[in-house]
Design a binder for this molecule. Sequence first.
Ligand SMILES: [Zn+2]
Length: 310
Amino acid sequence: MFSVTEIPTRTHPLQLREEFLTGHRCKISPERLSRGLDTVYSPPPAVPDCPFCRDRIFSVTPTFPDGKRICIGESVTFPNLFPFAEWHTVTVITKRHHAEEFSAAEIRDAMVSQIQSLADAEGYKSINWNYLPSAGASIAHPHLQGLADRRPPYTAEKYLIGGLRYLLKHGTRYWDDLVQQERESPRYLFGDELFWYAHHVPLGEREVRCIIPASCTEDFLPYLDSFVEGLLRILQFYRNLGTHAFNMSLFFDRSVNRNGFSAFCSVISRINPNASSTSDSAFMERLHGEPVILTLPEEFARNLRNGTRV
Ligand SMILES: [Zn+2]
């Protein structure tokens, strides 16, 4: 399902990996970790007049056409004022402006709100999370973002088209074969019905994927509790490693399709917020489309399975 090519250098080991289904490539250079670019985590400073804090959220955020917002538990959901999709909703997860950790109930309520906010939308849906400014959160107050568009996100489209092509060629679902292979691999993390593993050709640092036995948002609800439990476990492990910022995307097929697609979640860790604006996205990630990864997926998975604290 992927190839590994060792690239000769005069100094440190370097791998080029390529995923056959999507053509996605990355480079893995474990020795770059020793440069220690990430800083020790410290919480971002409080910002006055946050639009997502309770004293402002119900006056400055927009409402849905019926004049309401969706409120489940502490979560509050409303349309994005500056959308970058045909449907773009925002779910503020908690009252707390800054949260180091989240309860399962908080994440579950927020996810249910997201699914509800996208229920009337057609097209391809995704639920997304940028946590902390260094991961791209323009408002630090923790929030999810739901998108729905008539065309799938670029990443999801690669798997939708590739997975269908795979099914026609092999007569088996790509996702079943992937799970079967990864279960026996050093990248397996945990889970069975929901399958968690360190992806073999990562999109970003310490990428974890969860393969879900559902294709669209409607089918996902029965698995939500199990999903939240797994996600919180991954985020705890990131924190154990000292890395707090992350991105998450959960990709779904259109409701009407039954092409053997499995919804999946991708989570990557990001550099901690830092005073010098050091970034973990440079020309390789932004222009070449070939991210430089520092952590070997097999090494990451071994540490997580062993419960290593760093
Ligand atoms: Zn706030």
